[in-house]
Write a protein that binds this ligand. Structure first.
Ligand code: DP6
Length: 351
């Protein structure tokens, strides 16, 4: 950390990858603290593309806290942003209380500038990367150490998983105050070097029903959701084992089945929530016909709260799958990526 007596400018810039769940989070037991009804598991993805970039800066020249997202000023009064800021400052205050000079850092106003290099709110985990990035950079700026995924969780549930690279579980926890609801890395990004994700953007439109609203309606109306919740712990165990053993067919089958069950639960919501489109369903059919025609499970699909597909596959099968996708979906945009981590840089200047 820089000299706390320096009255100038202190800035941290961080980039954080998205994450795409293979066991989906859907439903909260506590809306304010963002505590989930089930555990979930994802792969943190996006080596160059599909990342959020956030700079957070403090300066004695700033008169108020401010925030910009993708070049447009946003209200910093957003309750989720405020929850994150309060929690970071509370932990920083604890650490800095011994030094009056250092505590000055907390009195200065903060400016936040964030951008995504992919469509925002189109079911491509933009809020996950965005909040993970914000919390990661604020923690570096204020010198907050230790577990921070529980702070990212209070910005957007799925964001807690983007704090770690590679294969990450979000343990739902039992405590009412959320102290045991955080992310745990089950394998690093280097564990399975052959793993690839092919993100197929079929629409960059903002979704009609956001995840927060969609899952609230599911919790209050879907009977199928109860059955889903009961089966999740077993799936988490099987998925963790498949990842540790690099067992692609099991990983892929569980991924597809969980995506299908999640969208079935959305259909069982009243009124129903449709995230997949006809094109999404055609992608599902294509994946099954590739797997059937080769006699092996070579590729898996998963869809979040939007029509865009994430296909998981191994590096050796990328040419085959890409050629099929280009043939059947010539107008879709493809991003080929793999497991990744968050990164940061620190700069300061006497202005
Ligand atoms: C379908 O994390 O966006 O992507 O906690 O309300 O911000 P909030 O929801 P969010 O929901 C993500 C849902 C999902 C599944 C997943 O990522 O696990």
């Amino acid at each position: 950390m820089q000299d706390p007596n320096n009255d100038g400018f202190l800035c941290v810039t961080c980039t954080a990858p998205v994450n795409i769940a293979v066991i989906k989070y859907w439903g909260k037991r506590n809306e304010k603290l963002i505590l989930p009804t089930n555990s979930s598991l994802s792969v943190t993805l996006g080596q160059d593309e599909l990342r959020a970039k956030t700079s957070v800066a403090v300066s004695s020249d700033f008169n108020e806290d401010k925030m910009w997202l993708n070049g447009k000023e946003q209200s910093i009064e957003n309750p989720r942003i405020q929850n994150v800021l309060k929690e970071i400052k509370r932990r920083a205050r604890k650490r800095l209380s011994d030094s009056e000079n250092e505590a000055d850092l907390l009195l200065k106003h903060v400016h936040i500038v964030s951008e995504n290099n992919f469509p925002t709110a189109a079911g491509l985990a933009s809020s996950a990367a965005g909040y993970a990035c914000l919390v990661y950079s604020l923690a570096k700026l204020y010198g907050v150490q230790g577990e921070i995924s529980d702070i990212a969780r209070q910005g957007s549930g799925s964001a807690c998983r983007s704090i770690y690279g590679g294969y990450v579980a979000w343990e739902k926890g039992k405590a009412d105050d959320g102290t045991d609801s955080y992310a745990v890395q089950i394998a690093p990004e280097t564990h399975w070097p052959e793993m690839r994700a092919l993100i197929l953007v079929v629409s960059d439109q903002k979704k009609d029903v956001g995840s927060t609203e969609g899952m609230q309606t599911t919790i209050s109306t879907s009977e199928l959701m109860q059955q889903r919740i009961q089966g999740i712990d077993k799936k988490m165990k099987l998925m963790t084992q498949a990842i540790k053993e690099k067992d692609f067919p099991t990983f892929a089958k569980l991924t597809m089945q969980d995506s299908n069950q999640f969208h079935a639960v959305c259909l069982d919501t009243y009124p129903p929530v449709f995230y997949m489109t006809d094109v999404s369903r055609q992608i599902i059919q294509l994946v099954h016909s590739i797997n059937d025609s080769t006699g092996h499970i070579k590729v898996a699909y998963t869809f979040d709260a939007g029509p865009n597909a994430c296909l998981y596959l191994l590096e050796k099968d990328v040419p085959l799958v890409v050629s099929f996708v280009q043939h059947y979906f010539p107008s879709s945009t493809m991003h080929i990526t793999g497991p990744a981590v968050s990164e940061y840089t620190l700069t300061s200047d006497d202005l």
